[in-house]
Each structure stands twice: as C-alpha cells, then as structure tokens.
Design a protein around this ligand. Structure first.
Ligand SMILES: [Zn+2]
Length: 71
C-alpha cells in the first residue's frame, strides 16, 4: 500500500549544488559523493580544509613571532 511512497522518495528530484565546483548534484544514488558531484571535489574540499587548518596554525605562530619586538 505505502510501497509507492517509499519508491518515490528513493528517486527524489532534490538537486543540490556541489560546494566545490557549484555543479548541480542530484540527491540520489547516482551521486555517491553527495553533496559533492564527484570524489575529486570531495577530496579537494577536504584538502582545502586541511590546508586551512595548517595555515591558521602557521599564521598564529608567525604573527606571534612577528609581534615580538625587542626594545
Ligand atoms: Zn563538484
């Protein structure tokens, strides 16, 4: 009876935007890397995140040593 409802939700028409390249990503099994359009975009995003973390850590160290002024 309610089988039809379940079927409909599986093939939903939800379309997202890939956070990395802004391509449309359909929320279904054709896009296993959603919300990313592809594995590449997923890895790129993770790489960016990792780089950001490193940059923040490095920047704070740099700023700290830059602030030190010997009088
Ligand atoms: Zn993408």
């Amino acid at each position: 009876m309610s089988n039809k409802t379940a079927e409909t939700s599986t093939s939903s028409n939800i379309v997202l935007q890939c956070p990395q390249c802004k391509k449309p990503v359909h929320w279904n099994e054709r896009y296993p890397h959603r919300p990313f359009c592809s594995k590449r975009c997923q890895q790129l995003d993770f790489g960016e995140w990792a780089t950001e973390q490193n940059t923040i850590a490095g920047a704070s160290v740099m700023a700290e040593s830059d602030d030190w002024q010997e009088d």
